[in-house]
Design a protein around this ligand. Structure first.
Ligand code: NAD
Ligand code: TYD
Length: 337
């Protein structure tokens, strides 16, 4: 039985990864460490809380003593670090916590991984570390890092630390850099679930700037299978881009959501643009496809339909997360626009 520490496993991608591991890979024991910030929600894993191969621990990746205790007690073989502050707009409003979790937290995990000589450290990074593209070209693993937001700068700093630990102490690591994810359990601050939630409630859909910004969308389950391929098969020290070749403008995606929900385009409101907004992301995923045999299995059309259906069928989940912190946040973002 392999024992892995998954951090951030109560968040969007982390909880989908934990669900996949417990459902499909019975030879893994998952310790799931999550601070349960606004973005972490144990409802995401309700049916797995008592699973014999799952142990949930509430805690902070910045707490080195706790990490050491977990590694020793559960004889952890590898860490998969999903834990992060993950939203660009929040990083523009309040960058400090992004430095704490994304940089200091990753450093804390790296120190323990090095001291305990873990078999593998998988850092879940993002394509946003590469910066922004013009109309042509795609990010490869050789594209220089050029992050533009406090979020992507903190993720790039973490990537550099991971590589430095590999270079200096021979830590066995991998880094994955995935494009924008969408799917079930995504907190409705990110574009797709925010637009679904607002459209369902006949609220304005706040489109930043001209709405012609491009993202390369990947269904979350496909990201999870890619991370598992890396954990299972990747040689140490390798970095992999992950993406689905699904470039869409924001306005295209929003119109698709409106059509599917039978709502009027008059809900669309162009609002003040995000400062420093990256124009286009696009991923060249040929390395992971050719070297590890991964490929995305869900087309955008199928994935977006499944996602909309999931939000329609899980209105209680949506109601529960769209309260408290979220409302304050939403008002601070859009109240004065
Ligand atoms: P999320 O915000 O939904 O979840 C983050 C989780 O980390 C939450 O459960 C939160 O409680 C937990 N967390 C935050 N700070 C913590 C701390 N100090 N200690 C322990 N747990 C903490 O994020 P997500 O969208 O699931 O993203 C997961 C990872 O994937 C992040 O590292 C992100 O940078 C990366 N990523 C995300 C996307 C995307 O489109 N969402 C794309 C590429 C990469
Ligand atoms: P987001 O989901 O925040 O992901 P990221 O900024 O990490 O790519 O945003 C996706 C795109 O949608 C991005 O171009 C910003 C835009 N956007 C809006 O136009 N309105 C919104 O309310 C949000 C949250 C995002």
């Amino acid at each position: 039985m392999k024992k892995i520490l998954v951090t951030g496993g109560a968040g969007f991608i982390g909880s989908n990864f934990v669900r996949m591991m417990l459902s499909e890979h019975k030879d893994y024991f998952v310790v799931n460490l999550d601070k349960l910030t606004y973005a972490g929600n144990l409802e995401n894993l309700a049916e797995f809380m008592e699973h014999p191969n799952h142990k949930f621990i509430k805690g902070d990746i910045c707490d080195g003593g706790l990490i050491e205790k977990i590694i020793d007690e559960y004889r952890i073989d590898a860490i998969v670090n999903f834990a992060a502050e993950s939203h660009v707009d929040r990083s523009i409003m309040e960058p400090k916590v992004f430095i704490d979790t994304n940089i200091t937290g990753t450093l804390t995990l790296l120190e323990v991984a090095r001291n305990r000589k873990l078999e593998r450290f998988v850092q879940i990074s993002t394509d946003e570390v590469y910066g922004s593209l013009g109309p042509e070209g795609k990010f490869t693993e050789h594209t220089p890092l050029s992050p533009n937001s406090p979020y992507s700068a903190s993720k790039a700093a973490a990537d550099h630390l991971v590589c430095a630990f590999g270079h200096t102490w021979d830590l066995k690591y991998n880094i994955t850099r995935c494009s924008n994810n969408y799917g079930q359990y995504q907190f409705p601050e990110k574009m797709i679930p925010l637009m679904i939630n607002n459209a369902l409630n006949d609220k304005d859909l706040p489109v930043y700037g001209d709405g012609l910004y491009i993202r390369d969308w990947l269904y979350v389950n496909d990201h999870c299978t890619a991370v598992f391929k890396v954990l299972q098969k990747a040689p140490p020290g390798e970095i992999y881009n992950i993406g689905g070749c699904n470039e869409k403008t924001n306005i295209e995606v929003i119109n698709l959501i409106l059509n599917r929900l039978g709502k009027s385009g008059s809900l669309i409101k162009h609002v003040t643009d995000r400062p420093g907004h990256d124009r286009r992301y696009a991923i060249d995923a040929s390395k992971i496809i050719n070297e590890l045999g991964w490929k995305p299995s869900v087309s955008f059309e199928e994935g977006i339909n499944k996602t909309i259906d999931w939000y329609l069928q899980n209105s209680t989940w949506l109601d529960n997360v769209v309260s408290g912190d979220y409302l304050k946040y939403y008002e601070s973002m859009y109240g004065n626009r």
